[in-house]
Design a protein around this ligand. Sequence first.
Ligand SMILES: [Zn+2]
Length: 151
Amino acid sequence: MRDSAAGCGICGLIERIRTGSFADFVAELDLHYVILGEAQFYRGYCTLLFKEHATELHCLAPKTVRAAFDEVVAVARAIATVVNPLRLNYENLGNQEPHLHWHVFPRFAEDPMRLAPVWMRPESERKVILEDRERRRLIDSLRAELARRLS
Ligand SMILES: [Zn+2]
């Protein structure tokens, strides 16, 4: 397991987070960075980026896997508290970016496609960019909720 890999998009993103040049940064946890995802059609959607360049969950030490799951659930609880969704969807895919990361999507009752996976919605509809003040408020709320849960 290397700290970063040349050509990895997520390692590149993590470098931007570490240098403070990523606007949608939410929080740094022990194993992950948390960012607000682009697909804010699902208001509150966050992604957890594993800090090291690891590609498969099953290749991590069992203790690390359990700690990683604890962080995913902590983020899920923060999202649930802040946006009060009908339910949450969790995804760990890695098909396009083979660097461990988790998508945590809140799903809402008023979504006419709520029975389908989020990826069925066209990208042009998923990728809602929040107005800057709203985005800031959402990030601040998620960060505060996470800090409260992890302190
Ligand atoms: Zn990577």
